[in-house]
Design a protein around this ligand. Structure first.
Ligand code: ITT
Length: 203
């Protein structure tokens, strides 16, 4: 089996990526401890590629990375690519976002478009020499609640409400979130390229 280093320090993300990669014959490996990659890109796709390529170059193995975040329309797309740097802990980040939004949409029975948001996820896979092999992106549309709801998931999940499910990401089962999320959509888009790579590598 060909080793594949999963280039993330975020345990919530790591668990979801492991699930999405479970059908493939890669031998998943964790990223070396202490390896810090500066996210200097201007887009999710640039940052995902940067993380995958640098980890591949550093380890000499295939590497896969995810760059993701939450874009809130009333905040002109913030926190966006800065979602992880928006606060020190998940609770801090959620509180800062709720404070920034204030009572936008509070005067309406349904929060509707005023608090509309989308999660975005870019995935990139790099070859052992550090060259980008393939990439894909996925989005999931939702709304930001006034207060957190639900215990599951990670990050901004308790305030991200999906109207079609009538639940927040934190209230969905793990399987459902994985199916409909931005990360699920990105892996769906990447799947044909991963299958081609398996053929190229002969497994
Ligand atoms: P790595 O760079 O090590 O992968 P990170 O947490 O720093 O981990 P990002 O730079 O991609 O990752 O930042 C993603 C941010 O968006 C982070 O604050 C996450 O909690 C949040 N996020 C991403 N996907 C999410 C999801 O499915 N549910 C909730 N929050 C999510």
């Amino acid at each position: 089996m060909t080793p594949l280093v999963v280039a993330t320090q975020n345990p919530g993300k790591l668990a979801e990526m492991q699930h999405h990669l479970s059908e493939f014959s890669w031998e998943l490996q964790f990223m070396p401890a202490g390896l810090e990659i500066e996210e200097t890109g201007q887009t999710f796709a640039e940052n995902a590629a940067l993380k995958a390529c640098q980890v591949a170059e550093h380890t000499g193995q295939w590497a896969i990375a995810d760059d993701s975040g939450l874009e809130v329309m009333a905040l002109k797309g913030a926190p966006g690519i800065y979602s992880a740097r928006y606060g020190k802990t998940d609770a801090d980040r959620i509180q800062r976002l709720l404070t920034a939004l204030g009572d936008v949409g509070n005067d309406l029975r349904s929060v509707g478009d005023h608090r509309s948001a989308q999660f975005v996820c870019a995935i990139a896979l790099a070859r052992p020499d550090g060259r980008l092999a393939c990439q894909a992106q996925g989005v999931c549309l939702g709304e930001i609640l006034m207060t957190p709801q639900g215990e599951g998931g990670f990050g901004y999940d308790p305030i991200f409400y999906v109207p079609s499910m009538q639940r927040t990401f934190a209230e969905l089962s793990r399987e459902t979130k994985q199916r409909i999320s931005h990360r699920g959509e990105a892996f769906k888009a990447l799947r044909p390229q991963l299958l081609n790579l398996q053929t190229e590598l002969g497994f």
